[in-house]
Ligand binder design. Structure first.
Ligand code: NI
Length: 170
């Protein structure tokens, strides 16, 4: 089931998510809905908080890497910082370049049965892991930008939202 995605500046995006403790059918349904919602929006990653569920769950599907479900994830940096053009389904219509993402990580997470697993992420997938983990702490990628870039991207974003709001009320 496709669920509505919260958009910045919705304050619910700024609330931290709690660790998952129960691995049941409701969690499976949540993850199914997250994949449906991410595919519908043509995204490569989605955190549960973006559909208003404050649990540390994210789904990802980046390039040729396998589909991933990350529950209570954490990561260890193994690489260097890189430049990465990022966007976010909760800040739709704009993108900008972050300079703080690490290009290689070892990721630990639980699967849908609560079993721990690890994988190494590189490049765009590594950026996506950091982006989704930030969502779980109430952070957005625009927080990673320099002050000037953040102002500029938010101006573009607010203009797009005003124009869309205008069209909807026509
Ligand atoms: Ni995002």
């Amino acid at each position: 089931m496709i669920r509505p995605i919260l958009a910045h500046p919705d304050p619910r995006l700024r609330e931290p998510s709690l660790p998952v403790q129960t691995f049941d059918d409701a969690l499976r349904k949540l993850v199914d809905d997250m994949f449906d919602t991410m595919h519908h929006a043509e995204g490569i990653g989605l955190a549960a908080v973006q559909i208003g569920v404050h649990l540390r769950v994210a789904v990802m599907e980046v390039e040729d890497n396998p589909q991933r479900v990350m529950i209570n994830p954490s990561f260890e940096p193994l690489g260097e910082t890189m430049d990465m053009v990022e966007g976010c389904l909760s800040v739709p219509g704009v993108q900008d370049r972050t300079k703080t993402r690490i290009d290689h990580l070892r990721v630990q997470a639980l699967d849908l049965d609560g079993k721990p697993y690890t994988f190494e992420a590189h490049g765009l997938e590594a950026a996506c892991v950091q982006h989704e983990c930030d969502h779980m702490d109430g952070k957005l990628y625009i927080d990673c930008l320099s002050h000037v870039r953040r102002q500029r991207v938010l101006q573009r974003y607010n203009r797009i939202r005003r124009e869309e709001g205008g069209r909807q009320s026509d």
